[in-house]
Ligand binder design. Sequence first.
Ligand SMILES: [Zn+2]
Length: 324
Amino acid sequence: MDRATIGVDLGGSHVMAAVVDEEGKIHSKHEQDIDDHAPAAVVNALATVVKLAIDGTKHDIVGIGIGSPGNIDPTTGTIRYSPNFGWENVPLGQRVRDAFPKYRVFVANDARCATLGEYVHGVGQGTQDFVLLTLGTGIGGGIVTGGVLALGSQMGAGEFGHHQIRPDGGFICGCGKVGCFEAQASGTGLIRHAMRLAPSFPRSGLLDVPRERLGSKAIRKAAQAGDGHALATWSAYCDDLALGLANVIAFVNPEVIALGGGVSSAGDFMIERIKPLVDLRTTMVPRGTTRIVRATLGNDAGAVGAATAAMRGGLIAQPPAVIA
Ligand SMILES: [Zn+2]
């Protein structure tokens, strides 16, 4: 029987469990909404979808990997701090082990899991130095350097979202600082740029789009159709994104930066625009040597990476070479 693990994407409002084989291929998905953030209720929802995934597969399940936002100790699976759930020091790993004693259980930050997923099974394959940045509601990320996923001394490596790029006059970030990369260059940041520029474009077609539908797709389409407001928005957004990317290049010098999340669906329309802006700000690394590409696993990256970690017994980017 082929081996597989369960990869779980645990978010603040939703949990998804997938059966993922050793090649990173997803065979089935089970999902449930979460409306109660009490640890027992969240573990209950998680256990329900994991059980459905295990019961519904013919694969030989050898472990359960969970990716979730927050600061997480991957050696124990304890969530030290999670703003999404309002948790401090919740032993999620132990609770899931208690519910599924037959399986090894691994818990880690969702952005680190997504980075591992893209590195092992997505667009990072074959590189040694790789960065994933997910441009969604916020900015998540992770670093592989020399073939090793960087975690940091307190599990904070790769928190690119909260380095400040516009401390003067930038948007206020959810973390309380001003002008964080996440506040300026996430999907939410794109909409904030559109709002900030709105008074200069009183006849913009964008202002007719209902607020709840004003997302990156609507703004990109309007920009492609030549709308002045949308073009100015893209321009301000890409400038901020490029600024942050140039900083990432200076810190990490990756071979590839993969962009994921909702905004990355703009593809070349965004990437071709930011490349020259990144080059302009890149000084100590030879310009144009960092490939900026679109991530390939999409929303599945976190679950695939969590499953990979469960298969390998940790956030291991490159399995040790077998010595004959
Ligand atoms: Zn911040």
